[in-house]
Design a protein around this ligand. Structure first.
Ligand SMILES: [Zn+2]
Length: 369
């Protein structure tokens, strides 16, 4: 079910300040002044583009919805009018040639490979004339299976089990009937499980699925469907770029070295074969500072990738220096048009504050009761 009333978190101080700068007409002059002394590459990071569903009935992770379609269209129009949208492949060429990127260069990227990227985002990008890169987890396009973290949230939202018991995370909690409370619990689980190694994360999800006797991940509900290779080929043929987001969407730095290298190599082999062009772009799954490492960067470079994005929030004043760990600006559904525009004009001040990962694991106790 889809409501007309988007349910969003409060925009907070950044959002209000952004809207104020936007409505006062200050943003464009501020952006021009900034461009005199700061030429940084801005890369926007999206996941899903879809109408905001009613959280009381929607059975998947709301946090993956970056923006609804109409706002996405306005965002793309904004960057087409005020910035210089550029393909990541052209950025690679410019970096290889030692060229300085033009001021106000913006790249648009998507992680995971949900099928709304094909049905919703691509037609809007096409209409507005903005290029974009889609980073897909190749194993999910192969199998059609939902992405692991989204599926875990789904299970916690729908299970009839009275308790959530995750000894791996020190969690043993009664499951309340309402979805809001369950969403908070699921969010906490996602935060904590990213401190486990990646194979333990998969094992935990599979154990819950088995214990709770839920419809198998093979049920493949439409609401969390990856795009197909046919859709990806059609988008690629229309000029959109594709890159790797691993095979199984695992945190690469939390895998044994040989498995990590295989994830990177195999994702490239599959992309090259399915799309018929050499894949040179990578985005590390999860992408925070614990999801990649020097070893992951080395394996990415050795596999033939020539640029890689993290999910660390920020811009890139010298993209030639961190071309294998480029910062991005995540777009979140509670950003109004003013906040979005302000984030692009003044990214250091206005970017979304959620993507820096905490330096220590979350305490084990507060989630138990
Ligand atoms: Zn991802």
């Amino acid at each position: 079910m889809v409501t007309d009333m988007p349910v969003r978190g409060a925009p907070g101080m950044r959002g209000r300040l952004g809207e104020l700068c936007y409505s006062s007409g200050l943003l464009t002059p501020l952006q021009r002044v900034r461009a005199w002394w700061q030429r940084d590459l801005r890369i926007l990071a999206y996941h899903r583009v879809m109408p905001l569903p009613d959280p009381a009935t929607y059975a998947f992770d709301m946090e993956l919805i970056s923006t609804p379609p109409e706002e996405f269209r306005e965002q793309m129009r904004w960057i087409a009018r005020h910035f210089r949208p550029m393909r990541l492949t052209d950025i690679v060429e410019a970096l290889d040639a030692g060229e300085v990127l033009p001021p106000d260069t913006v790249a648009v990227t998507f992680d995971d490979g949900y099928d709304d990227n094909y049905h919703v985002a691509a037609p809007i990008l096409d209409e507005v004339g903005v290029p974009a890169t889609f980073f897909v987890s190749t194993g999910h396009l192969d199998s059609g299976r939902p992405y692991g973290y989204d599926w875990l949230v789904h299970m916690i939202l729908v299970t009839a089990a009275p308790r959530l018991e995750l000894p791996e995370l020190g969690i043993d909690i009664a499951l309340p009937p309402d979805r809001d409370s369950r969403r908070r619990i699921a969010g906490n689980v996602l935060l904590r499980m990213k401190w486990l190694d990646a194979l333990a994360q998969t094992a935990m999800t599979e154990r819950l699925e088995h214990e709770w006797n839920l419809p198998s991940v093979d049920a493949r509900p439409a609401a969390c469907r990856p795009m197909t290779w046919d859709q990806a080929r059609e988008m690629s043929g229309a000029g959109f770029e594709f890159g790797s987001h691993g095979v199984h969407h695992r945190m690469l730095a939390r895998l044994p070295q040989d498995v990590m290298e295989r994830e990177i190599r195999e994702s490239k082999t599959t992309l090259d074969r399915e799309l018929g062009t050499p894949s040179i772009l990578m985005s590390y799954p999860v992408g925070g500072d614990r999801a990649y490492s020097d070893a992951v960067i080395a394996a990415t470079r050795n596999a033939g990738f020539r640029l890689a994005c993290s999910y660390v929030c920020g811009t890139n004043p010298e993209p030639g220096v961190n071309r294998y760990a480029l910062n991005r600006l995540p777009v979140e559904a509670n950003m109004g048009p003013g906040w979005f525009a302000a984030m692009l004009a003044l990214p250091r001040l206005m970017s979304y504050p959620t993507t820096r990962h905490e330096a220590h694991p979350p305490q084990a106790q507060p989630c138990s009761r």
